[in-house]
Design a protein around this ligand. Structure first.
Ligand SMILES: *[C@@H]1O[C@H](CO)[C@@H](O)[C@H](O)[C@H]1NC(C)=O
Length: 310
């Protein structure tokens, strides 16, 4: 086992690697989610027609810079989320296990899922301002703009401008949607992963191994995307506005469905899927490598007395 700090660094590197590879689809997703906002279906000329078309037009008009807008904020968000998961999961899990089973070492699926979701929600709340800036950076386009056009230089410039013009409320705009989104995603992930694994073993007679990991994480990624996408769309829209369009999560959901039809909450779904599937698979396989690497580094630099203490 690596130390806690070692796992934090290893997990952070793996997550940022996965983010780098999948960020283009994230940019397209944001633009698809905002396209035609609060306009009746059919009255909108679509600038972005789907994940691949979106990547193509952004690349042609804005170059790689366009596809990678907001990547700095995406890294910071991942590191915060990852850190909160790592830091809060075990304390939450063991506390609940000792209350419910009078023994902190008991592993129960329900408690583990709950601890995973709660620590994810804490991370989502902590990282929300960075996701907000990221959304605004990604929707900015000098060629085919969708959404309010904020020309921030980078995430810190964005955050300070938001703070100055919209105050602390502005910085935390959309945090409720961000927490709902992550709680949906995290609580579905683990159970569907195990379910997929069990089903694959039973019906396809697949042995436990890398292939099994791959199929199970792809299946659970798909289910996670189905649950997480509607609050993700609401979140993108709350992040785009400056407080003048929606009063909150349910107001946004209601207005979106009323004007654009119920499928509007699934706008950008395929771009999300194109991001989430490689992201899950890459994070898992990269984490294995980066963890190994961190262990080797620690074996070299840490004296025996310190191992397992940081
Ligand atoms: C984004 O927010 C602005 C300001 O709140 C609003 O005027 C606009 O309609 C929103 N959506 C899009 C797609 O621009």
């Amino acid at each position: 086992m690596s130390t806690t700090l070692g796992s934090f660094i290893a997990g952070g590197i793996a997550a940022c690697g996965a983010v780098t590879v999948t960020h283009s689809f994230e940019t397209v997703k944001i633009r698809l989610q905002l396209q035609g906002e609060l306009q009746a279906k059919g009255s909108v000329t679509k600038k972005y027609k789907g994940p691949l078309h979106g990547v193509k037009v952004i690349w042609q008009n804005e170059g790689p810079k366009g596809l990678f807008r907001g990547i700095g904020s995406a890294y910071i968000y991942q590191v915060l989320l990852n850190g909160c998961r790592l830091g809060f999961y075990e304390p939450i899990r063991s506390n609940f296990a000792s209350v419910v089973y009078k023994d902190p070492s008991v592993q129960s699926l329900g408690i583990n899922v709950f601890a995973g979701a709660l620590s994810g929600v804490i991370g989502a709340a902590a990282g929300s301002p960075f996701f907000l800036v990221k959304t605004r950076l990604q929707s900015y386009s000098p060629f085919l703009p969708v959404g309010t056009q904020h020309n921030y230089k980078n995430s810190f410039d964005g955050l300070s401008k938001i703070y100055r013009s919209e105050g602390i409320r502005g910085v935390y705009r959309g945090v409720g949607a961000a927490m709902i989104r992550t709680s949906f995603g995290s609580s579905v992930q683990l159970p569907t992963y195990f379910l997929a694994k069990r089903t694959l073993t039973k019906h396809l007679d697949l042995a436990d191994g890398p292939a099994m990991h791959l199929y199970s994480s792809a299946l659970s990624g798909f289910v996670v995307c189905c649950f997480m996408h509607p609050p993700d769309t609401i979140m993108a829209r709350l992040y785009n506005q400056t407080g003048n369009l929606y009063g909150g999560v349910f107001d946004c959901l209601y207005k979106t469905i009323r004007t654009e039809g119920v499928l509007a909450i699934y706008k950008g779904f395929f771009a999300h899927l194109a991001r989430i599937l490689p992201h899950t698979i890459l994070t898992l396989s990269l984490a294995e490598q980066t963890n190994k690497f961190m262990r080797r580094v620690e074996d070299r630099i840490l004296p025996d007395s310190l191992r397992g203490k940081i």
